[in-house]
Design a protein around this ligand. Structure first.
Ligand SMILES: [Zn+2]
Length: 163
């Protein structure tokens, strides 16, 4: 009997009651920064700016830890920036995993999927997948653009591409 990943997605229990993994997004929609996901789906990466002390946040925050104000303004981030670090994720989500056997005759498939952190305006840092670039061509300091991308399964993520 195989214990594939589907088994884990179907039966995640919460306090004895079965919880469908797909409903997890409902919990996120109830936070104070819920519009972030909707804006991302509409093609915008949003930050928040404190109206009192002007400190800017990404990921967006509803309250300012610097001055304790909750008077925040939403502002779109320009996605252009400089890659400050990157790494390889060996067990990537299905939509980023490239299926190749680990070794001949192996049923184990692992392929590194690059993920990086881009420093954009105001020193803010945006993490995203780098799906279309050869790993050997990725280097710290390269100019890239972060943009939202809707995946074939309907989920939205942030992708980094060279400019
Ligand atoms: Zn503030």
């Amino acid at each position: 009997m195989s214990a594939g990943p589907d088994r884990w997605l179907l039966f995640i229990s919460s306090g004895g009651s079965k919880m469908d993994f797909k409903n997890f997004s409902l919990a996120i929609a109830q936070t104070k920064v819920a519009r972030f996901a909707g804006d991302l789906a509409a093609g915008k990466i949003m930050s928040t700016v404190c109206k009192k002390c002007s400190k800017r946040y990404y990921p967006p925050q509803a309250d300012c830890p610097a001055c304790m104000s909750s008077d925040m303004e939403w502002k779109e981030l320009k996605g252009e920036g400089t890659l400050v670090t990157f790494t390889k994720i060996y067990v990537a989500p299905d939509h980023f995993a490239v299926r190749q056997p680990l070794m001949p005759f192996s049923s184990v498939v692992l392929e590194p999927s690059p993920i990086g952190v881009l420093e954009v305006e105001g020193g803010l840092r945006v993490m995203g997948w780098i799906p279309k670039v050869d790993l050997k061509k990725i280097h710290v300091g390269m100019k890239m653009r972060a943009s939202p991308q809707t995946l074939p399964d309907g989920r939205v993520t942030i992708v980094l591409e060279p400019t």
